[in-house]
Design a protein around this ligand. Structure first.
Ligand code: PNS
Length: 163
């Protein structure tokens, strides 16, 4: 069975990676799908994010990386995915995620949303938090893969890390 794991991934964090690794044990293929969202101004281009995810998931043979635009369920149907994978961190995620799951169900009854509880050590983690820490030159080595950390520091022009 194919699952897609859609998101912005700006950038991919260890929390995302945890969901991908655990998802890849449950499904035959997991397609990490980066939304091309013209409504957002991301830090990294879609191509940069695809490369970052590709490098971070190299050790997982059943994981693929792609981008899409439009509706997630349309893309899922296009590639034959039956499962839409999402991570749940805290209660505040739940409201938005449940609304998305219900919306997606009305759009395509064939697609099931499957939630994985984020591992406790990543419950606080988000791409925005990582960007904020990197911007002010704090340590992010415990939050993202080394190549992503390097790109973040480069972006914020402060490669000489850490407190
Ligand atoms: O990483 P994010 O930003 O929380 O991911 C959100 C995402 C990309 C999964 C969601 O915004 C999405 O599915 N967008 C595509 C448009 C869509 O399908 N909308 C209907 C479902 S609400």
């Amino acid at each position: 069975m194919i699952a897609i794991y859609p998101g912005s991934f700006d950038p991919i964090t260890l929390g995302h990676l945890d969901i991908i690794e655990r998802g890849s044990k449950l499904f035959d293929r997991v397609v990490v799908a980066v939304l091309r969202n013209p409504g957002k101004t991301p830090l990294f281009t879609v191509e940069q994010r695809l490369r970052q995810i590709h490098t971070a998931t190299q050790h997982l043979p059943q994981v693929e990386v792609d981008s899409f635009d439009g509706l997630t369920v349309t893309y899922a149907n296009l590639i034959g995915a039956r499962v839409l994978l999402r991570g749940l961190r805290v209660l505040s995620d739940f409201e938005k995620e449940l609304q998305m799951a219900h919306t997606n169900k009305t759009l395509s009854t064939e697609i099931e949303t499957v939630f994985l509880a984020t591992s406790t050590e990543y419950g606080f983690l988000s791409s925005s938090i990582v960007k904020e820490i990197a911007r002010f030159n704090g340590s992010i080595d415990h939050l993202v893969s080394p190549h992503v950390a390097a790109e973040l520091y480069e972006c914020y022009n402060n490669q000489t890390t850490q407190y």
